[in-house]
Design a protein around this ligand. Structure first.
Ligand code: TYM
Length: 334
């Protein structure tokens, strides 16, 4: 780390990503690599808070690492690593647990949503999930955390925990800021545009996966729900067309205003087709590169090993400081 501001972010390897994850997260990260010291993590421990098939989790972890690389995350410029490879994450979680309250954790929107969705498996990990996320961030003294809007509440909790710990034990953690993109922060379902686009949606037409081929992408956009009316213009009461305008703009590198101008007088059907084409033009080469990288798992293992080493060094520095502050005796080496 060479004195630049530090960025940390992560994604759970819990299935193939949607363009929501891409636009809300990875796409922004690539552009930050020159300006910041970046750590990009795969939050594999977080996935265990809902039931995972072990073989699928392993496969998804390789998939997501390959996708990080295919989207332009550079293992030379940035640190790419698995959360489970750096034991300081779970160790700091324990310490932060002692300054976290069940009341604040049970109030988290995502905990409430996931408890409804996984009513047969409301485990302690699900409730403790934001504390692990706080540990991920605070271990690296991150200045900025780029996330989609759905993670904002977890970042606020991270800030609260950092401040609480600092007040109790003296200045230890940097208090991080969220970075939430203006347009891509929340991409909505193509079928129910008042709901977040999610890879766990039962209706596959509701999301575009980063693994969808061009035909599938075109078909899904063709079926995308639009609103009454015919103008390509954003409006609060027109969530369907607003979402499509945002998606098109991000993939075509335009502002929403430019998009509205470009499609003035064009039909919904034509606009949906053009949106599908713009999305496919970006996703197709990423998918091809990801699949090429996946053929060499040895290479991915090597990169992750190097990333873990760099991350571990930084994380342990903070963890040692924390252990000392709370009064744990340092281990004497013999
Ligand atoms: P996860 O894996 O659910 O999502 C990864 C990132 O994608 C963003 N995102 C979206 N953005 C826009 N529109 C959508 N429809 C959409 N869906 C998802 C999320 O906001 C997120 O930025 N707890 C985190 C992972 C994590 C983490 C961290 C993130 C673990 N530790 C430390 C930052 C820092 C999660 O489950 O994200």
């Amino acid at each position: 780390m060479d004195g630049k501001k530090v960025i940390l972010s992560g994604i759970q390897p819990s299935g193939i990503l949607t363009i929501g994850n891409y636009l809300g997260a990875i796409r922004n990260w690539g552009a930050m690599q020159d300006e910041y010291d970046c750590l990009f993590m795969l939050a594999d421990l977080h996935t265990l808070t809902v039931k995972q098939d072990p073989a699928c989790l392993r496969a998804n972890t390789y998939e997501l690492t390959a996708l990080y690389l295919a989207c332009g995350l550079d293992p030379v410029k940035s640190v790419l690593f698995l959360q489970s490879h750096v034991s300081a994450h779970t160790e700091l979680t324990w310490i932060l647990n002692t300054v976290s309250y069940p009341g604040e954790l049970s109030r988290m929107t995502q905990f409430k949503d996931k408890s409804l969705k996984h009513a047969d498996n409301i485990n302690m990990g699900l409730m403790d999930y934001p504390v692990l996320m706080a540990a991920d961030i605070l271990l690296y003294q991150a200045d900025v955390v780029p996330i989609g809007a759905d993670q904002k509440q977890h970042l606020e909790l991270t800030r609260d925990l950092a401040i609480r710990f600092n007040n109790r034990y003296s200045e230890t953690f940097k208090v991080p800021e969220a970075y939430i993109g203006k347009v891509g922060a929340k991409i909505y379902s193509l079928q129910e545009p008042d709901k977040k686009m999610s890879k766990s949606d039962e209706n596959v037409n509701a999301f575009i996966s980063m693994d969808d081929d061009t035909d599938t992408i075109m078909r899904k956009f063709k079926r995308a729900v639009t609103d009454s009316g015919s103008e390509i213009r954003r409006a609060e009461d027109k969530p369907g067309i607003t979402n499509l305008i945002n998606i098109y703009s991000l993939f075509a590198n335009k502002t929403p205003e430019e998009t509205e101008k470009e499609f003035d007088g064009v039909s919904y059907a034509e606009f949906k087709m053009r949106t599908g084409e713009a999305v496919a033009a970006v996703i197709e080469p990423i998918r091809a590169e990801k699949n090429r990288l996946l053929k060499d798992k040895g290479y991915i293992d090597q990169l992750l090993a190097q990333g873990a080493e760099k991350a571990e060094y930084l994380a342990n520095k903070t963890l040692r400081k924390v252990y000392k502050k709370v009064g744990l005796l340092p281990r004497v080496r013999i």
